[in-house]
Design a protein around this ligand. Structure first.
Ligand code: ZN
Length: 226
């Protein structure tokens, strides 16, 4: 299960890994926390129209990758907080889909990067996702309404936090077919991603892998949960 704030976050950060996992027989579900209603400079665009476009783009990207499901929580874009409601809603998805592995963004602002300060929604989604994994999804007595809805507790075995720094301890080297598929999936987000930006993914992931002595790669901070 991949939990992110926006349509396209997963395609930027982990879609090569997702393509590879699906190729190896895994089932992968995306959980999108926001409605994607803010990312446009087009003067004729409305929040409703943009949200509908971005839902369609994410479903198209999911089709390219072969996702099992895409779940939309539809919190307002750019106002996301790591609230107890969001934590419960992600825990519901964890209990529903019972993932072995949960992938999310980093919950902390990375100030070592000089070109990107990070989006607050990314941190909020990640914080809520980690809190949903532990302890909410596994604890029977938290949110009894989830039990009433039929969602039994579930323990996630591993969390992979998308992470490009030196402390990355899980390097997923991508084969060409995984990289190609991840670029195609990113290109499905027409409203957000210039096509040449998608093509530069190859350079970013190649640099990412070089730091670990491998080919193109996506890197994570992996936690094995007891
Ligand atoms: Zn985003």
């Amino acid at each position: 299960m991949v939990v992110v704030a926006h349509a396209d976050d997963a395609e930027f950060g982990c879609s090569g890994t997702v393509a590879q996992l699906i190729r190896k027989g895994w089932e992968v579900t995306y959980v999108l926390c926001t409605d994607g209603s803010k990312g446009s400079d087009d003067l004729d665009m409305t929040q409703e129209k943009l949200s509908a476009i971005r839902h369609d783009e994410q479903i198209a990207a999911g089709g390219i990758l072969g996702l099992k499901a895409v779940e939309f929580l539809d919190y307002p874009d750019s106002f996301l907080e790591p609230s107890l409601d969001l934590r419960r809603d992600i825990a519901r998805m964890i209990r529903k889909h019972k993932p072995e592995v949960l992938i999310c963004n980093s919950p902390t602002r990375d100030l070592s990067n000089s070109t990107y300060i990070g989006h607050p929604d990314h941190m909020a989604a990640a914080e809520a996702a980690l809190s949903a994994v532990y302890p909410t999804a596994r604890d029977r007595l938290t949110y009894p309404e989830l039990l009433e809805e039929g969602f039994e507790p579930h323990k996630v075995a591993e969390v992979w936090v998308m992470y490009g720094g030196d402390a990355a301890n899980h390097v997923v080297e991508l084969e060409e077919q995984d990289l190609e598929k991840s670029i195609s999936a990113l290109k499905a987000h027409f409203s957000q991603v210039p096509q040449e930006t998608a093509d530069r993914m190859r350079e970013w992931k190649t640099r990412n892998g070089e730091a670990h002595g491998v080919g193109p790669a996506e890197t994570y901070k992996l936690f094995k949960l007891g």
